[in-house]
Design a protein around this ligand. Sequence first.
Ligand SMILES: Cc1cc2nc3c(=O)[nH]c(=O)nc-3n(C[C@H](O)[C@H](O)[C@H](O)COP(=O)(O)OP(=O)(O)OC[C@H]3O[C@@H](n4cnc5c(N)ncnc54)[C@H](O)[C@@H]3O)c2cc1C
Length: 450
Amino acid sequence: MSYQYDLFVIGAGSGGVRAARMSATYGAKVAVAEDRYYGGTCVNVGCVPKKLFVYASHFPEDFETAKGFGWTIDNASFDWHKLLTNKNREIERLNGVYKRILDGAGVEIIDGHAMIVDEHTISINGENITAERILIATGGWPSVPDFPGKEYVITSNEAFFLDKFPKQIIIVGGGYIAVEFAGIFHGLGVDTTLVYRGPLFLRGFDHDLREIIADEMQKKGINIVFNNNIDRIENNNGHYKAHFTNSEVQDTDLIMYATGRTPNTKNLGLENVNVKLNKNGAVIVNEKYQTSVPSIYAIGDVTDRVNLTPVALAEGMILARYLFDKKNDAVDYSDIPTCVFSQPNMGTVGLTEEQAMEKYGDVAVYKSKFKPMKLSLTDSDERTFMKLIVDKKSDRVVGVHMVGSDAGEIIQGIAIAIKAGATKATFDSTIGIHPTAAEEFVTMRTPAEN
Ligand SMILES: Cc1cc2nc3c(=O)[nH]c(=O)nc-3n(C[C@H](O)[C@H](O)[C@H](O)COP(=O)(O)OP(=O)(O)OC[C@H]3O[C@@H](n4cnc5c(N)ncnc54)[C@H](O)[C@@H]3O)c2cc1C
């Protein structure tokens, strides 16, 4: 049986582009379909514009810091539409880069919404196309729970394109997107309330870090409300009344929900084949990213496992090698470093203290909290926090956590040491770079009482 393509990729996001490009590089005949934007969520409504907004929102604090160093900054003002225009121009540039990368590798690019017709057939723009293998790399989409007034809320998708910049915002959610956007809007001068139904946000991260981030955000003036939720929303001519479960009412210009993301498995023709989904609608795959239909594979957020761009990229790469380069290696999902671009940032790799205690029993914990040197000439009471978790038996460092400026940049480097199996003795014998915040990681000597 001959097919038009060796591989047909649905979705030109982080995972799809990497899998398509690498497969073509190994000699496969590849097509990729994209119905919205090249580069997917990360480039268009995720990591990239989010980080640009984080940079934008930190300038007011930088201006304050500058004053301590003798600078006078008068009449600083912010133009939201200018930020949007510049951000959109950069994203358009990246869209072009992604298209050119695919083109350059010899991948056929098809604009349009792809649907699976059978195990080897895709329908797109009214045409049926056949492929030996199909890759679902369709990502996810923000989900908002059902409640009266849900039609008035925005999600992160719309936050990147707001026509009217709000004076006040309520953000609902407890994940990293909610926390990051609270920092963004607050930094840009918006009166910001963050509401989460649980007792503390950022579930899954080390408990100390979660508390410190909540504390630092509150010190900056973000109104954080835990153990509460919105029951219903009333619309008064574009201004909103949020009715909370504790019977309080708050008026606001804008309400954003960051309450999770749903895998994009609807309207994909999956009912035509027997691709099995889990209860959240995510595609179930085996360790080779193969679905319950042998010719159909899935990677990235649509499988709802570790929903991060570098993970989708790694999966795309490994799958291409497996299918077209006869390689049998696998993605190593242990010790994946991540950063929450909150203000200050939170970077982390390895186990939380709670997980380490459960896994190893006997652990030593090293903690350090200090005023960063850059803020030493200012009145800022922001603190940097660092934490090392060591398995006492092997001396291996099994968790490294930080809250503070550039935590993501610092933890990325440390993650390499953790992957390499560094012990506390390795950390201790490493000479610090002085004066930096990061040197604290190699100078902590006294374990905290735990
Ligand atoms: C606000 C936000 C901030 C984030 N920040 C970070 C971060 O800082 N760091 C990080 O690592 N990750 C971050 N992420 C997560 C990251 O964006 C995702 O993990 C990553 O984009 C997943 O890649 P993917 O290839 O699985 O899917 P996507 O990048 O979502 O790509 C899927 C593509 O498929 C297309 N598509 C869907 N259905 C079809 C169809 N039927 N036909 C044709 N095309 C289709 C979509 O249009 C999309 O372009 C963030 C996400 C969000 C929402």
